[in-house]
Every structure is written in structure tokens, then in C-alpha cells.
Design a protein around this ligand. Structure first.
Ligand code: MIC
Ligand code: SF4
Length: 649
């Protein structure tokens, strides 16, 4: 049997482990990326690891999330990250340069390499044929310090794309179509590998849109082969030398296989408040729209913005609509300024904001109360746009542009318009003005820590017995945006855990911090896919700071489960999901014999003392995960390992 593309790349980078299911493997990490909202924590953690040099081939620190600088806090964070980049030999990308994933695709991504990023949309790099995985900040710091990453042996799902997209259906529609099929938890445990004749007509940025949204299905990552389209993209980016062809063997073996006919896909929209809640636009058209936003790491490429500009050229945006556009990179903006498309956007009445995440993470452009916002982004969780009562629909740039003109949700294939052809420039602009490359001599460089940089909490070794109250019971698919909300007000405090703790579980209850403080910490009960969405480890660190010791859930999202373990919080899965019903908030819970249960990866008895009953839970982590928990989190674990190594020397 032949090999999948995924396994070819894993084997190329394998340090230890095997391909046995349930096992784990350690791979060499070639590249890392961080962004500022997770990056401050990453570099504080890297500093705590006490290293001289990073061990990756290339690491980049992007500033793209917190760019509003409404106070000193963002600027403090930027200065800190810039100093850490210089100290450790990392490329620094200044605010205004663009969105980490779009920039990384343009400037640094390499087919066949492994990229680890402290952002859940790192899989965008899969469009270039790289294995690009999102992880918590500590894992990325450790990858820089050690050059490796350990992951659970993934299953590989093959999605064969047949046929060709219809004229007005785009990669975003295909991404939403896949997501509707898989749901927000259908990709958990899988790497999604695309193949088939259908991919030949998809450009690298189309493919990147699709791999980007694989994160919404909970997949470890998604990947396309590295073929002629990738070579062409790299040539146009002026980096042909980075091209290596990579593809699966024709008879590759997969754990799961789906076939999708691209020709069946119509323009789609994900309805509020979940990206998998998708329908064809023609079924829901006619909804009155207040705001349209084009951009984000999903749809801010040159081609996406040029398509929107062509649709808007010579027309006027509807008087009731505010259209805002955030380009993916400064070079895209520069090219559009040079070729006149920026002028077309401005003449139509569009608002152009800097190349950054912006409205996607609630950094400005919150819609009006009860407003309807169409966004080309990847997440429409309640409240994420900054307005709790707003309703966000996720759409393609084409649907966004037409709807901005009509004022109603409009399906491009029902407009009668002819699809614009976007010619790619022979060479994409590749100015370096926003990059700061690390100095040759890095001796004596100090970290710059302004008053916004506060120490982060570190876990303690797990005791033999935990006895606490159940502080909160939540339902299925709770997102990290629920656990630790992010918006223009809160993002400046990503390096200030005590301040953030006031807003923990803010979309669910306003008094979680009080509950935790009054009860000296406690447990949380979750449903399916607990912690889906972002990679932010603040969704683990803040509960840790508030004394949360364990989370019991029906199932966990991958990155969040890893973040809990890295922080020293015990994630337990209910062996009988129906027993979720046996718990109520404020029940007294006891978990005994923890060390033993972790050692054998056995089941653990969880006593509900209030109800006088017992349920069985399982710790589903690896032996290393158990070690990390026994040590009280990843940093303690590394320190212990270092001490051990010194003792043996
Ligand atoms: C997101 O899209 O949710 C974010 C903001 O980019 C997060 C990272 C963060 O919370 O800082 C992600 O996707 O990991
Ligand atoms: Fe930025 Fe939005 Fe992409 Fe997250 S999803 S990296 S906030 S653009």
C-alpha cells in the first residue's frame, strides 16, 4: 500500500514514535509562527526555558491581532515581542504588515516542511503543501527551544475533489460545504488530505482558504499536494527555490475517505452562530444587511480582494451598508494601490483599514445592536464581532461584494453578472519594509517588559486527591471565545492574566471569577468538543489562575485539551456520556487515586458526594501527558527533565 502525503512528511521529519494508532510521535519542527495575542505568553515561556538559540530553521513573530493601540498595553506587548525576537534570532513582522497566515504563505511557507503556529489557523499553510499545525503557546515555545513537537498519531482523512467549481462558487463555498458535512467536531483526531482532479483548478490561495477552515471542523490540520500550482505561486512570489513537489502515492491508504463533486457546490453562507450552520445563499437570500466585512486569514488574498474590487468597480455601495476591507498583507495593499483597484474600492464607498485581523477578532468595526453582518471570515461565534446581539453570516468575497451593493444577502449566481477574471501579476510585490530581521550579534539583548507584562501562573503537581465544587456546567461545543472572550477591550490584556480573569466564561455567566474565588477553585463540566476554536492558552491559564483543577467533559477539542495539560489542569472524559446529566452546579466532587489512574491510563472514579453516586471517567492523554500533569504542567516538566539530565551528566 502506498503512503499518504501526510505520512510522507511525518516520516521525513520523524524523530521518534511509530504510526500505531493511540500512540504518539515526535517530529522535527522546521518553522514556527506566533502572533501577538498568543505571542506574549509564548516568549515569556520561552524565556522561562532559559535557552540561547532557537532550534528551528525559521521562526517568525507577527503582530496582527492587537493593533489598535487604544492605550499603552498593545504597544508594550509589541515592544516585548520585538525584543524577544531580536534576543532569540526570530524574524519580527511589524503591525500593519498583515495577517500572520497570509504573510507566512506569501513569504516563508515551504512545501514538505512542518510549521507549528500559536494560532488555530496555522493550517492555512496546508495550501502550499506544508504540514502546518496550530498549537498552544507553550508547545510553540518548546518547539523553538527543542526543535520538536509531540503529537498523538493522527488519522488521515482523504477528501477527493472531483469536478470543477461553477463560475460563481468559490473556495470559501467549498470550505463551508465541507464544514457542513463534517460539523465543528467531525475533523477531531484527523489530518485532512485533499486530492483528486478537482484540485487542479484551485490556486494556492483557494486551497489555503479551504485548509484554513479545516480548523473549524477541529482537524489537526488540512493539506493539499505541492504541485504545479504551488510552483507557480512560489515563482510569482520570487521564491522558486523553495519549491519541492510532494504528493500522496496513487494507492495511498487512508483512515477515512470522502468524495466531493465541486460542481455541486453553490454559493454558501454559515448562519449565526456557528461556522458549520451553513446553507446555500439562494435558500436564505434577501436578509437585510447592515455591515459587510472582507478580509481575515480566510479571504484576504490578492485574488480575493481583486475579485471584490472588480465587482464593486464603477458601482456604489448600498446607503444602509458599511463595507469594510482589511487586506491580508501590506504588499497586497501596495499592489492594489499601484494597479488602481484600491481607487475602485474607495470610489464605491468602501472603508479600508490596515492589513491586520481587525474585525475578525472584534478589534473594532463592531456592528450595530441587532445588526446583520456578512463577513468573509471563519468564525461567527456569538459576540465575537464585539456586539452580543449582532448576527454574523460567513460568506465568500463574491457574495460579500454583491450583498454590499444590493443591501441584501445576495447569491452571486443569481445576479446575471459575468464572473471577473483576475490576472495574477508575474511577480507579487515583496517589499520588506515591515520586517525586522534579527541582528547577527545578539549578545546582551535584553527583554523589554513594560507595565502590561505580568508573570503568568504556573501549575502545581497534581495531588493524589482533589475535592472541590462543580463551579460551572456548560453544554456542547463551548468555544475558547466563551471561556476567555476576546475583543478590543480584552485583547490588550493577553499578557495580564489577573485582569483577564474578571471576564472568564463571560459569554455564559458574569460571576465565574466570584464563584471560583468564593469556593477556592473547583471543577467544570463540559459537553462535546469542549474548548473548540482558537488556540489561546488563556482559556486554560485563566481558569488555572482561578483555581480550576479539572475539567470533566464528554469530549475535548485537540488544542484546548493540550493547553489544559500543559497548564496542569486535568482533562477527564466521561466514559458514559449520559452521566453528564447526573451533575449540577455546586455539587461536591471528589477525584481520588489520581496518580495511579494517570500511570496506567486507567479509568478514574469521580464521586459526586452531593448526589451520593460515582461515575467513571478516563484520562485520554499519552504517557508524556501524564508525566506533564504529574509535574504540574509543561514548564515544571521541562525543568524536571533538565534537572534529571544535569544529574546524570
Ligand atoms: C482566533 O481566530 O480565534 C484567534 C484570535 O486568531 C485565535 C488566537 C487567539 O486567541 O489569540 C486562534 O485562532 O487561535
Ligand atoms: Fe486573525 Fe481572524 Fe485569522 Fe484569527 S481567524 S488569525 S483573528 S484573521
Amino acid at each position: 500500500m502506498g503512503k499518504s502525503l501526510t505520512w510522507k512528511i511525518i516520516e521525513k521529519n520523524m524523530v521518534s514514535g511509530s504510526n500505531e494508532q493511540e500512540g504518539e510521535l515526535t517530529v522535527k519542527v522546521n518553522q514556527t509562527l506566533t502572533q501577538d495575542s498568543t505571542g506574549t505568553m509564548v516568549y515569556l515561556q520561552l524565556d522561562a526555558m532559559d535557552i540561547q538559540d532557537i532550534k528551528t530553521d525559521l521562526s517568525v513573530a507577527y503582530i496582527d491581532h492587537n493593533t489598535l493601540q487604544t492605550g499603552f498595553e498593545n504597544a508594550d506587548d509589541h515592544a516585548f515581542i520585538k525584543s524577544a525576537a531580536a534576543k532569540y534570532g526570530i524574524i519580527y513582522s511589524k503591525p500593519g504588515n498583515g495577517i500572520c497566515h497570509q504573510l507566512h504563505l506569501e513569504r516563508f511557507g515551504k512545501p514538505g516542511d512542518i510549521l507549528l503556529g500559536s494560532d488555530s489557523h496555522t493550517p492555512t499553510g496546508g495550501g502550499l503543501g506544508m504540514l502546518a499545525i496550530g498549537a498552544g503557546g507553550l508547545d510553540v515555545a518548546a518547539a523553538m527551544a527543542q526543535g520538536t513537537y509531540t503529537l498523538k498519531v493522527p488519522k488521515v482523512m482523504n477528501i477527493e475533489l472531483a469536478g470543477k467549481l461553477r463560475p460563481w462558487a468559490s473556495a470559501k463555498d467549498a470550505a463551508l460545504y465541507v464544514l457542513r458535512l463534517l460539523t465543528v467536531k467531525g475533523g477531531v483526531g484527523y489530518i485532512i488530505e485533499y486530492s483528486g482532479e478537482g484540485i487542479r483548478n484551485l490556486s494556492v490561495t483557494d486551497r489555503a482558504t479551504i485548509t484554513n477552515m479545516g480548523a473549524e471542523a477541529g482537524a489537526t490540520t488540512s493539506i493539499f499536494p505541492s504541485d504545479e500550482a504551488v510552483r507557480d505561486f512560489l515563482v510569482r512570489q520570487g521564491r522558486e527555490e523553495d519549491y519541492t513537489p510532494f504528493e500522496a502515492d496513487a494507492d495511498a491508504e487512508y483512515d477515512k475517505k470522502l468524495i466531493i463533486d465541486l460542481g455541486k457546490i453553490r454559493p454558501m453562507a454559515a448562519k449565526p452562530h456557528s461556522p458549520d450552520n451553513a446553507d446555500e445563499v439562494r435558500n436564505i437570500k434577501g436578509i437585510k444587511v447592515d455591515q459587510v466585512a472582507i478580509g481575515s486569514c480566510t479571504n484576504s488574498s490578492y485574488t480575493d480582494l481583486m475579485k471584490a474590487a472588480a465587482i464593486l468597480k464603477g458601482k456604489r455601495i448600498h446607503p444602509d451598508v458599511s463595507l469594510v476591507i482589511a487586506p491580508g498583507s501590506s504588499n497586497i495593499l501596495k499592489m492594489m494601490a499601484d494597479n488602481g483597484a484600491l481607487g475602485d474600492l474607495l470610489a464605491s464607498g468602501a472603508r479600508i483599514i490596515e492589513a491586520a485581523c481587525g474585525p475578525c477578532i472584534g478589534m473594532g468595526q463592531a456592528p450595530r445592536s441587532g445588526g446583520i453582518s456578512l463577513r468573509t471570515f471563519n468564525r461567527n461565534f456569538k459576540g465575537r464581532c464585539g456586539t452580543d446581539t449582532a448576527e454574523v453570516y460567513l460568506v465568500s468575497p463574491e457574495t460579500a461584494a454583491f450583498s454590499a451593493l444590493t443591501g441584501y444577502l445576495t447569491s452571486p449566481d443569481e445576479t446575471g453578472a459575468e464572473k471577473p477574471v483576475v490576472e495574477l501579476p508575474e511577480r507579487f510585490a515583496a517589499y520588506d519594509g515591515y520586517f525586522v530581521f534579527p541582528p547577527e550579534n545578539r549578545e546582551g539583548i535584553e527583554l523589554v517588559m513594560g507595565p502590561n507584562i505580568k508573570p503568568f501562573p504556573v501549575g502545581r503537581p497534581l495531588p493524589q486527591k482533589l475535592e472541590c465544587k462543580l463551579l460551572l456546567k456548560v453544554g456542547d461545543n463551548i468555544t475558547t471565545d466563551d471561556i476567555m472572550p476576546s475583543n478590543a477591550r480584552l485583547l490588550p490584556y493577553r499578557s495580564n492574566i489577573p485582569e483577564l480573569s474578571k471576564y472568564c466564561f463571560g459569554t455564559i455567566t458574569k460571576d465565574f471569577r466570584d464563584r471560583a474565588q468564593k469556593n477556592g477553585g473547583g471543577f467544570i463540566l463540559g459537553g462535546e468538543n469542549y474548548g473548540q476554536g482558537s488556540s489561546r492558552e488563556h482559556a486554560a491559564l485563566v481558569p488555572l489562575y482561578l483555581g480550576v483543577k479539572a475539567i470533566i467533559a464528554k469530549s475535548f477539542a485537540r488544542i484546548h485539551r493540550d493547553n489544559l495539560i500543559n497548564s496542569g489542569i486535568l482533562p477527564l472524559v466521561l466514559t458514559d456520556k449520559g452521566q453528564y446529566e447526573l451533575f449540577d452546579e455546586y455539587d461536591e466532587i471528589e477525584i481520588d487515586n489520581i496518580a495511579e489512574a494517570l500511570k496506567s491510563r486507567n479509568t478514574i472514579n469521580v464521586m459526586n458526594k452531593t448526589k451520593g453516586l460515582e461515575v467513571l471517567c478516563r484520562f485520554e492523554g499519552s504517557e508524556t501527558d501524564a508525566e506533564i500533569l504529574r509535574a504540574g504542567g509543561y514548564l515544571n516538566y521541562i525543568k524536571r527533565m533538565k534537572k534529571g539530565a544535569e544529574g546524570n551528566a
